[in-house]
Write a protein that binds this ligand. Structure first.
Ligand code: BGC
Length: 341
């Protein structure tokens, strides 16, 4: 049985109330706020039955309304980067806000992580809805979005639905930063990861996919068998992982990633219907943010597993389609499954 309770989390500068929803099962407790659909707290058990909060975040609403690296939030209208912030749909060129080097990232200046959603309690969870106006952050068409979080036993299920009245790119994800040792831990060196993907997308120096779809075989991107995160980052000779892995299926539920933290026994497994997953090792955290309970978050102190469409797909026709047309429904689901070993 999952209990769902709610309270007021805070107020936005205009006076609008932000609500917080607590979903609790035998083994998992999660808190989600109506601002940005942000997961502010996620507690799971270690092998001795002790709960710890395993996601990075802030103690209050101000932390989330300030600029921050998308802790826990739903990202849209298009997660990850669009090259030079431009694309063409139905013969018309669109220009988005440039907010990451020469590119547009994570929905623009005020993406779905920075808007107030309308919540509704549903069985085992909460459903948030938002209408993104035609032209909002430069995107075409009015888009209605529904994001539903449900907790069933040890599975946190995120379902994303959207409908548009004009053709538009859509790519929704959740940007939680996990550390299975607990959110105050200074690194995640003792985590093991595997990602079930034969291919990944190499990127240029502005982090845009080059367009090649490279095999992981014989490279340091090969995560098909579990590897220690710290030693794999060291081998990579890059800032860390920040790459899209190309999953085998699209629109079909598949297990795509597994992270194991031996000292606590915590395991996170990810399933999704989406065609890709961004493995990001928090390369741009630098310890300057004041996190929950006074925590500081240095570089490589967490990891993100952002299930998604492939970055810059709107400009790369060899990548799986991300255009949603009038009359169609975007419907994708990701499962975060927590266990111990
Ligand atoms: C991107 C990173 C970026 C981070 C925070 C991730 O999805 O891949 O490059 O730094 O989000 O914006």
């Amino acid at each position: 049985m999952t209990s769902v309770t709610s309270d007021v989390y805070g107020s936005l500068p205009g006076g609008h109330r932000v609500r917080r929803f607590r979903l609790q099962s035998e083994s998992v407790k999660v808190e989600i706020i109506s601002f940005g659909c942000i997961i502010t707290c996620l507690e799971t058990k270690d092998r001795h039955g002790h709960f710890s909060d395993i996601v990075l975040g802030f103690d209050d609403l101000e932390g989330y309304t300030n600029k921050h690296p998308y802790f826990g939030a739903v990202i849209g209208r298009v997660a990850n980067r669009i090259a030079k912030g431009t694309f063409t749909v139905d013969g018309k060129d669109y220009l988005l806000p440039i907010n990451n080097g020469p590119n547009s990232i994570h929905g623009g200046l005020k993406g779905f992580d920075k808007v107030l959603w309308t919540p509704e309690v549903v069985e085992n969870g909460v459903k948030f809805s938002y209408t993104s106006g035609d032209g909002e952050e430069g995107y075409p068409g009015e888009l209605n979005i529904w994001v539903t979080y449900t907790l069933v036993g040890n599975e946190l299920v995120l379902n994303y639905k959207a409908q548009t009245n004009k053709t538009t790119p859509v790519n929704l994800t959740n940007h939680s930063y996990f550390n299975l040792a607990g959110q105050r831990s200074p690194n995640f060196n003792d985590h093991e990861i595997s990602i079930d993907a034969e291919h990944y997308l190499p990127v240029d120096d502005t982090m845009i996919p080059t367009g090649d779809i490279n095999p992981v075989e014989g490279t340091n991107f090969d995560l098909r068998k579990p590897v220690n995160v710290e030693s794999q980052i060291a081998k990579l000779q890059e800032n860390g992982f920040d790459h899209n892995y190309c999953l085998k299926e699209s629109q079909k539920e598949q297990t795509c990633a597994r992270v194991y933290h031996k000292p606590s026994g915590r395991v996170l497994s990810v399933r999704t219907t989406k065609p890709g997953i961004q493995f990001y090792t928090a390369n741009f955290l630098d310890g300057s943010l004041k996190g929950k309970g006074g925590a500081v978050y240095p570089k490589h102190s967490a990891f993100c597993l952002e299930t998604q469409a492939w970055p810059d797909a709107v400009n790369k026709h060899q990548f799986p389609n991300i255009l949603l047309h009038c009359g169609e429904e975007y419907n994708q689901t990701t499962w975060f499954v927590f266990s111990v070993e």
